[in-house]
Design a protein around this ligand. Sequence first.
Ligand code: DX5
Ligand code: ZN
Length: 224
Amino acid sequence: MRELILSPSILGADYLRLGEQLQILDEAGAQYVHIDVMDGIFVPSISMGMPVIKSLRGGTNRVFDVHLMITEPARYAKEFAEAGADIVTFHYEACQDPWGTIRAFRETGVKVGLAVKPKTDVGVLYPFMRDIDMALVMTVEPGFGGQKMIPETLDKVRTLYQWCRENRVDANIQVDGGITLDNFGEAIYAGANILVAGTAVFRGDIRYNTRRFLMIEQEIEKGE
Ligand code: DX5
Ligand code: ZN
């Protein structure tokens, strides 16, 4: 079985206390840190960029899982790698040349993820699955934290997971958007193994929420 990984999205954090909250995630055992980069063009909102990633890099050794919601992301491949990204995920819908974009990121030494929005056919990912490290199936429309998961998106996860099994591709599948303690088990059973959660980790007690996620992950892993 693929490893189950929690990737808390710092879009849900209190930016005044970002360093401190990162420390709490680290101590509680979250394996990744999900960093949402928005450009105000591919998505309506603007979030954070390289300087924030660079600063946070000094505070933790956890895997930086950078989700780019920006148009033509290859333009910034070198900058994100240098800022400290470990995995960079970009959107299929955001670039003219996905193959060239994969290559541009690969050349910088980072791992590469490819994302699709809820309305994009998951089949567009198939040709890339052997050349990427992770597929991200968005479970909300990208752009904002705190939305409700769109249940039909889990059918896409199921379809992709099934395709991977049939084609003997051992891929990481990430889900992002509206993931909570109540629904993330369902996402895992659909075939996801990397779970992004913003609001569900940062609202209330961050340490407690993180540990709950990790505990349930362990129970699911044991039950397999
Ligand atoms: C949405 C972002 C998500 C978001 C998740 O565009 O990609 O990573 O921060 O936040 P929640 O878990 O609150 O939906
Ligand atoms: Zn994200």
